[in-house]
Ligand binder design. Sequence first.
Ligand SMILES: [Zn+2]
Length: 94
Amino acid sequence: MIKTKTVNVDIEVTESLACDNCGANIPLVFEDPGGTTQQGHDALAIIFTGGYGMYVDPLVQHDLQVLWCKKCADLLCAAFPSIHERLGTKVELK
Ligand SMILES: [Zn+2]
């Protein structure tokens, strides 16, 4: 979930991001007065995609992107070690 505010008639600026799983506020990595950068500190963006006959079937639904906070990403990695392994050793579970 992305929270924005209108600073004039034509431009919306990203103020903060929220975890799509728990709703926690995710601070932005960069201040971005232009509103084009939406990178959350320690956030995990997950893109669900698929193909015909797959769990996500593009004939039925579009690709889906969700953004999770560090706490929820850690829970995902703890529950599914193969995902943690694929993300690499730089990611430390808290
Ligand atoms: Zn969360």
